[in-house]
Structures are given as structure tokens and as C-alpha cells.
Design a protein around this ligand. Structure first.
Ligand code: HEC
Ligand code: HEC
Ligand code: HEC
Ligand code: HEC
Ligand code: HEC
Ligand code: HEC
Length: 383
């Protein structure tokens, strides 16, 4: 009797089980279930393939990244090598062992239908987005010379997600994504530091220094572009941008605005500025902008990381009025007669009125603009 009841319960549960299985199949047919690398494919490759295809071989099937890197599987592509070699007639099918047909079909479905689904696995180290860590993806990329090729394999050629479905734009939302000019240095306002390459914000840091005093319009003059002090790259991979010598290069170019190479006029004598950046002392000397012109303060050598206003006061680059042969005039004649288009008097103090005409490489006098750059002088001489 006992046995009969037990048997009854057993068969009931069997019916129940198969019913629930059936129900599941109808609701979510087996064939539609997503195969993932972690749950379905990794075990097959680990058991049958990595004995020969591991990190020491021509190509590596031992990690998800290895598969991507080897180019044997492309999401959705039925011609992927890993499919070809495991299907009937394929050279690797024999290694799949028992149930080779089932395993080969799983590989095929995973590549074509499931687009190399990864499953619940963390690809990157846990501190991959930790700015304090040496393992952060930013630091990692810097170490490999900002080669983004690997990242693109999974995150897409345009960084919008690709197979990884994880877009770089989720965090790097400027136009160009991770290659935008303000990803590695600069801020939303402009690409000049701060932030410098080591995430410094203080103007005493050499990477930050007086950048914003130059690239943003101030009280004295208009904003200057990077080309005044650097070779400005058009894109991340432009020549001269990221090179083997660490840190930025300060390069004053002949082709930059007339300011640096402008000649101070001295009847028959030219003073040609020869700007020098001393990277040990962080000082700039012989620059036209800071007084290296006739009657200017030719020995002025401002320090890059002292940004307290002391190096931008009237009188620091040239006297008011300048010394030497410059006529000794009052502030009133300066503002009302000689340089009336550049300066004005405000409660008895000289103030720049038109910033486009101050530190523009030209002497603005009596409403005329005298271009003393080598180019400008050539024009005057040939007149
Ligand atoms: C006993 C060693 C061995 C095992 C195990 C093995 N392979 Fe290979 N595999 C090779 C060799 C050798 C080649 C290169 C010669 C060739 O193409 O036949 C190769 C080539 C390949 C290629 C490249 C074919 C091409 O056209 O370039 C793929 C893809 C591949 N194997 C996948 C696999 C997969 C998937 C498995 C597991 C099911 C596997 N292999 C198991 C030895 C092995
Ligand atoms: C093999 C594929 C693959 C490669 C190669 C790859 N990633 Fe990823 N990445 C992923 C996947 C998948 C995710 C989604 C989260 C996860 O599973 O870790 C992800 C997430 C991320 C995240 C977000 C992490 C978070 O916690 O939100 C960052 C940042 C990232 N990847 C950066 C990179 C960079 C930089 C590179 C190139 C050096 C790179 N990845 C290369 C697959 C990859
Ligand atoms: C979850 C947010 C997040 C995602 C997603 C993300 N990043 Fe970043 N990324 C950051 C943060 C935060 C920093 C600054 C931390 C640092 O300097 O290491 C950073 C810095 C960088 C830097 C600057 C490196 C340097 O030298 O200053 C690069 C390049 C970069 N990421 C590339 C990528 C790429 C490529 C992807 C997509 C594959 C990506 N990031 C996705 C948050 C993210
Ligand atoms: C007035 C001159 C000047 C101008 C204009 C200028 N820079 Fe610089 N830049 C410097 C100096 C000086 C340094 C410090 C070099 C050193 O490390 O000694 C520097 C360093 C840098 C660095 C390296 C930061 C670091 O962490 O080491 C970057 C990046 C940079 N500049 C970008 C820019 C960009 C982008 C612009 C234009 C938007 C710009 N700079 C405009 C003078 C200038
Ligand atoms: C992936 C990171 C990254 C991106 C994106 C990037 N830079 Fe830079 N930039 C650097 C690094 C690193 C340096 C320091 C130079 C070195 O290490 O050789 C630098 C230096 C500079 C300098 C100083 C001169 C020099 O080359 O040394 C300027 C100017 C500059 N970048 C402008 C730009 C502009 C403009 C863009 C956008 C077209 C840009 N950067 C995009 C990383 C980046
Ligand atoms: C950072 C250095 C610097 C500082 C500080 C400075 N100047 Fe100048 N100034 C110059 C340079 C360089 C010239 C040469 C002409 C030119 O390129 O505009 C000049 C020229 C002038 C001129 C002649 C007109 C002309 O051609 O521009 C006047 C007037 C003048 N400055 C007034 C002032 C006044 C007033 C102040 C204080 C509010 C001042 N400057 C502060 C660099 C400076």
C-alpha cells in the first residue's frame, strides 16, 4: 500500500514536472535562450581548444578578449573562422569530442544570433574607473601611448558601445568622445589646463600655471590660442602631439602671430625677440609680449606658475610712460593724444580701452597701426 502511494506521488510529480517544463518551453522557447560566453562557450573552448590555442600560441581562445583580439569571431558574421572550422568538414570539428554537433551549433548560434554575448562577467579590473588607481583605464591608456585600437574592438569604432554595449560617451560626452581635446587635459571651458595631465588644478602646478590667464580674455588683451606657445595638434594623432618625451613641449614658432618675432623699431636698428622658456625655472624671457621691445622692460622674465596678478600689472612689461627715448608724457596725453584708441583714463588711472589693439604685435599711435614685425617692415620699406 505504502509503495502504491509512493508510486502515485512519484508519477504525479513527473506529470507536474513535464507540464511545467512544457509551459516554460511555450513561454520562452529553448532555442531563443541567449547563449553567453561565460555559461556556454567558455566551457567548450576550455575543454576542447585551449590546449593548443592559448596565450603562447598563434592565437588565444582562453579569454573573451583573446577571441576578439584574434579576429576569429565577429558578432553576427556567419563566415567567422570559429564557425567554419567547427561545422561539418571543418578542420577543428574533431576536437569537439562527444556531441560535437551540439557544441558546434552552440558556437554558431552564439556568434550569429547572440552577437558574442558575454554574460555576467566583469571584463575590466574593479578599479578601472577609479581616478586614484594606477589601474584606471585612463592611466592604462597613457601607458600604452593612447592606442585605442583594443578598446574599439569591443566598444565600437566610434566608441558608442559596439559589442560591449557600453558606450564611452556615457562619461566622455564631448564631440569626439574619448578623443575630444578636453578628455586628457582641460575642462568643459577649453582644452588648456586645468585639469593638467595629472589632474592638478592649482596654478602653482607647472602643468597648470598661467594657462587660463593666456587662453581666456583678461583685462589687458584678447584670448591667445595654443599656437603662441605650442604646436597645436589638429587631432590626437597629429605629429608632435604625443611623443616619447614626457610632458608638453613649449615651442615658439615663426609662423605664430607677429607678436613673438616682431621687431621693436629703433631707427635703423631692430630688436628681434628670441623667446626662451626655461623649463627648469619655469620662466619666460625675451618675449615680445612681456616687454622685449624698444623701450620695454627687456629683462622681464615672468614665472609661469606664479599667478597672483603681480606679473600683469601696468609697468611690469613697460613703464608708463616707457623709459629711453620715449617722450616723457602725462597719462592724460597718453590717453587723449598718442594712444587714444588703446587706452582711456578711468578716475585718473590708465586702463585698456580696446583689447584688440594692446599686445597685438603692433604699435598703435595717433590712430594708426604700425606693424613692426619683420613682415610689416618689409612692406613699409618696399613702399
Ligand atoms: C591539437 C591542437 C589543436 C586543438 C585541440 C584545436 N586546434 Fe585549432 N588549430 C590548430 C592548428 C595546428 C591550427 C592551424 C592549422 C589549421 O588551420 O588547420 C589551428 C587553426 C585553428 C583556427 C584557424 C583556422 C584558419 O582558417 O585560420 C581556428 C579558428 C581554430 N583552430 C579553432 C579551434 C577551435 C574552436 C578548437 C576547439 C574546438 C580548436 N581549434 C582546437 C590546432 C588545434
Ligand atoms: C573584450 C571586450 C572589451 C575590450 C577589449 C574593452 N572593453 Fe571596456 N568594457 C567591455 C564590456 C563588456 C563592458 C561592460 C561592463 C563589464 O562587463 O565590465 C566594458 C566597460 C567599460 C567601462 C565602464 C566600466 C564601468 O564600470 O562602467 C570602461 C571605462 C571601459 N570599458 C573602458 C575600456 C577601455 C579604455 C578599453 C581599451 C583599453 C576597453 N574598455 C576595452 C568590454 C571590453
Ligand atoms: C563610467 C565613466 C567612464 C566611462 C564609461 C569611460 N571613461 Fe574614460 N575616464 C573616466 C574618468 C573618471 C577619467 C579620469 C580618470 C583618470 O585620469 O584616470 C577618464 C579618463 C580617460 C582618459 C584620459 C587619460 C589621461 O591620460 O588623462 C581617456 C583617454 C579615456 N578615459 C578613455 C576612455 C575610453 C576609450 C572609454 C570607452 C572605451 C572610456 N574612457 C569610458 C570615466 C569614464
Ligand atoms: C603663454 C604660453 C602658453 C599658451 C598660450 C598655452 N600653453 Fe600650454 N603650456 C605652457 C607652458 C609654459 C607649459 C608647461 C610646460 C612645462 O611642463 O614646463 C604648458 C603645458 C601644457 C600642457 C601639459 C600639462 C601637464 O600636465 O604637463 C598641456 C596639455 C598644454 N600646455 C595644453 C595647452 C593647450 C591645449 C593650449 C591652448 C588651449 C595651451 N596649452 C596654451 C604654455 C602655454
Ligand atoms: C588621449 C589624450 C589626449 C587627447 C584626446 C588630446 N591630448 Fe593634447 N596632450 C596629451 C598629452 C599626454 C600631452 C603631453 C605631450 C606629450 O606627452 O608628449 C598633450 C599636450 C598637448 C599640448 C601641448 C603641446 C604638446 O604637444 O606637447 C597641446 C597644445 C594639446 N595637447 C592640444 C590638444 C588638442 C587641440 C587636442 C584635440 C585635437 C588634444 N590635445 C587632445 C593628451 C591628449
Ligand atoms: C604683459 C605685458 C604688458 C602689460 C602688463 C601691459 N602692457 Fe602695455 N604693452 C605691452 C606690449 C607688448 C606693447 C607693445 C605694443 C602692442 O603689441 O600692443 C604694449 C603697448 C602699450 C601701449 C602703446 C599702444 C599699443 O600699441 O598698444 C600702451 C598705451 C600701453 N601698452 C598701456 C598699458 C597699460 C595702461 C597697462 C596697464 C593697464 C599695460 N600697458 C600693461 C605689454 C604689456
Amino acid at each position: 500500500m505504502k509503495a502504491k502511494i509512493l508510486f502515485f506521488v512519484f508519477s504525479l510529480s513527473l506529470i507536474f514536472l513535464s507540464c511545467s517544463e512544457l509551459k516554460e518551453d511555450v513561454l520562452a522557447p529553448k532555442a531563443k535562450i541567449k547563449l553567453t560566453y561565460k555559461d556556454d562557450i567558455k566551457p567548450i573552448l576550455d575543454n576542447h581548444c585551449i590546449g593548443c590555442h592559448n596565450q603562447n600560441a598563434d592565437f588565444d581562445l582562453s579569454t573573451y578578449f583573446g577571441i576578439i583580439q584574434s579576429g576569429v569571431a565577429f558578432p553576427g558574421d556567419e563566415n567567422s573562422k570559429i564557425i567554419r572550422v567547427t561545422q561539418p568538414g571543418g578542420s577543428m570539428r574533431k576536437y569537439l569530442g562527444a556531441d560535437s554537433a551540439v557544441k558546434a551549433e552552440q558556437i554558431k548560434k552564439w556568434v550569429i544570433e547572440d552577437s558574442l554575448a558575454l554574460g555576467d562577467i566583469k571584463i575590466h579590473p574593479s578599479d578601472w574607473v577609479d581616478i586614484k588607481s594606477e589601474n584606471s583605464h585612463g592611466k592604462f591608456l597613457r601607458k600604452i601611448g593612447y592606442n585605442f585600437d583594443q578598446c574599439k574592438q569591443c566598444h565600437g569604432k566610434d566608441y558608442t558601445g559596439g559589442v560591449s554595449k557600453s558606450s564611452c560617451y556615457a562619461c566622455h560626452s564631448s564631440v569626439g568622445g574619448p578623443e575630444a581635446c578636453n578628455t586628457c587635459h582641460g575642462s568643459v571651458a577649453n582644452s588648456a589646463p586645468p585639469r593638467d595631465l595629472n589632474n592638478n588644478f592649482s596654478t602653482t602646478a607647472r602643468g597648470v600655471g598661467a594657462h587660463q590667464s593666456h587662453v581666456v580674455e583678461g583685462k589687458l588683451t584678447v584670448a591667445f590660442d595654443c599656437v603662441e606657445c605650442h604646436i597645436k595638434p589638429v587631432a590626437l594623432k597629429s605629429p608632435g602631439h604625443i611623443d616619447t618625451t614626457p610632458g608638453a613641449e613649449v615651442i615658439f614658432q615663426d609662423s605664430s602671430l607677429a607678436r613673438h618675432k616682431s621687431a621693436g623699431f629703433n631707427i635703423g636698428e631692430f630688436i628681434v625677440p628670441n623667446p626662451i622658456y626655461d623649463s627648469g625655472n619655469l620662466t619666460c624671457s625675451n618675449t615680445y609680449c612681456h616687454g622685449y621691445f624698444r623701450n620695454g622692460n627687456m629683462n622681464n622674465a615672468p614665472k609661469w606658475n606664479v599667478v597672483d596678478g603681480s606679473q600683469a600689472v601696468c609697468g611690469s612689461c613697460h613703464g608708463l610712460p616707457p623709459g629711453g627715448p620715449h617722450p616723457e608724457v602725462s597719462a592724460t596725453s597718453c590717453a587723449k593724444v598718442c594712444h587714444n584708441d588703446v587706452v582711456e583714463l578711468s578716475s585718473g588711472v590708465l586702463k585698456i580701452k580696446d583689447k584688440t589693439k594692446h599686445i597685438n604685435g603692433k604699435l598703435n599711435l595717433y590712430g594708426y597701426e604700425l606693424d613692426f614685425s619683420v613682415e610689416g617692415l618689409r612692406k613699409i620699406v618696399s613702399r
